[in-house]
Each structure stands twice: as structure tokens, then as C-alpha cells.
Ligand binder design. Structure first.
Ligand SMILES: CC(C)(COP(=O)(O)OP(=O)(O)OC[C@H]1O[C@@H](n2cnc3c(N)ncnc32)[C@H](O)[C@@H]1OP(=O)(O)O)[C@@H](O)C(=O)NCCC(=O)NCCS
Length: 187
């Protein structure tokens, strides 16, 4: 595992997990991350397809500063994936997910905090996200971090399904509002 300027995250079981950016070196672990998810988890977190072309596009978007995309590692395995899409925009779009074995370890809150810190440091006015309406655990995590529930939208999942989701917004500047947008994977 290469060394990194990025901090480790501390799981409730005492494990310290390193964070690495999405690069050509972490593209394969990202594909394995998705392949190893249970169907239940994948239905809650399928932000984009995981074929080689899509992963290469996501790597390029990170390298060009279009997105900020990170992986959380346990040994050689990516066990978390978290990102801010459209990072150059006033209101980036946030996503995060953990493999089944690493859920319930307090890591979701730390990944969320890292992304919010990045957005704040870059002077963004807010952060937006969507979450499947049945995802109580994620909804609770986001509410606790200060996200407001704005309404419901239709989103296109990574496998092309249309999913019904809550739209949530964290204001980082007084009076900030999310933009009109179409919810779909990056193109
Ligand atoms: C959602 C997710 C990111 C949360 O991260 P996590 O590290 O597992 O979070 P935790 O389980 O430690 O805690 C989250 C909160 O939800 C609560 N919670 C746990 N299981 C719950 C459940 N089944 N229903 C409702 N709340 C639940 C926890 O008690 C905790 O709240 P608390 O701190 O007030 O007690 C992670 O579970 C995950 O990746 N899930 C699958 C993919 C996913 O849903 N991604 C988000 C897409 S929007």
C-alpha cells in the first residue's frame, strides 16, 4: 500500500484504515469494492457503473479536479468509496458507501466529515446528496451532520434503474440553495 498524505480513519473495532484518492492504482480495488457488496447494499449505493470505461472516466475526473473521489482501504481491499462530484461547482454532489463488513463502525460519519471539510475549505456554498427513501441509517447520519431534507427526486442508478430518493442539502453559507439539476451518473 503506498504511503499517503491523507489521514487514516479509526473504526470502532480499533482498526485504522487509510484513505487513498481514486487513481489508476486504485481503479481495480474500486471494481472489486462494488463486486463484493451484498445486493442490499448495492441497491442503496450504486452511483455509477463499474466497467473499465466508467472507472477510467472517474479516475480522469478526479485527476482533472472535476470530482474529489476517495477510497478507504482495509489491507489491499477497498472497503469504502466516497466522493464529491462536480467539485468545481458552488454545490458539489456527495456520495458514500461502505462494504457490508465495515458498516456500523462509525466510518460513514468520518467519510462524510472529510468531504464536508473539503467542500468548506474550497469555499463551496453547500453540499447536496440524495438517498433512497428507505435508507433510514443514511438519512439519520445526514440529518445529524446538518443536512436538510428538501424533497424527493428520481435518480438514475449505476445499473440504469430509476430510483426514488430524498434530496438533502447542507448549507455552508447563509442563504445558499442547491441548483436545478438532473440526477444521474456523471457522463
Ligand atoms: C449508510 C452508511 C454510509 C453509514 O455509515 P456507518 O459507518 O455504517 O454508520 P453507523 O452504522 O456507524 O451509524 C449511522 C447511524 O445510523 C444508526 N443506524 C444503524 N443502523 C441503523 C438502522 N438499521 N436503521 C436506522 N438507523 C441505524 C446508527 O445508530 C447511527 O446513529 P447514531 O450514531 O445516532 O446511533 C453505511 O452503513 C453504508 O455504506 N451503507 C450501505 C450503503 C449506503 O447506504 N450508502 C449511502 C447511500 S446514500
Amino acid at each position: 500500500m503506498p504511503t499517503t498524505e491523507y489521514p487514516t480513519l479509526l473504526a470502532r473495532n480499533g482498526a485504522r484504515l487509510p484513505v487513498l484518492p481514486l487513481t489508476p492504482g486504485t481503479g481495480n480495488p474500486l471494481a472489486h469494492f462494488n463486486a463484493g457488496l451484498s445486493a442490499a447494499t448495492r441497491n442503496l449505493f450504486w452511483p455509477h457503473a463499474y466497467d473499465a470505461t466508467t472507472i477510467a472516466r472517474q479516475i480522469t475526473r478526479h485527476a482533472q479536479g472535476i470530482d474529489r473521489s476517495f477510497l478507504l482501504f482495509a489491507g489491499d481491499d477497498a472497503v469504502g468509496y466516497f466522493f464529491l462530484w462536480n467539485f468545481a461547482h458552488a454545490v458539489p454532489l456527495l456520495g458514500l458507501g461502505l462494504t457490508d463488513a465495515w458498516q456500523g463502525q462509525g466510518l460513514g460519519a468520518q467519510m462524510l466529515d472529510r468531504l464536508i471539510t473539503e467542500a468548506r475549505a474550497a469555499d463551496r456554498v453547500g453540499v447536496e446528496l440524495t438517498t433512497v427513501t428507505t435508507n433510514e441509517r443514511a438519512f439519520r447520519l445526514y440529518r445529524r451532520a446538518g443536512f436538510q431534507h428538501l424533497g424527493e427526486i428520481e435518480n438514475v442508478a449505476g445499473d440504469g434503474r430509476m430510483v426514488h430518493e430524498y434530496r438533502m442539502f447542507l448549507s455552508l453559507k447563509t442563504g445558499a440553495l442547491p441548483p436545478d439539476r438532473t440526477f444521474q451518473p456523471p457522463v
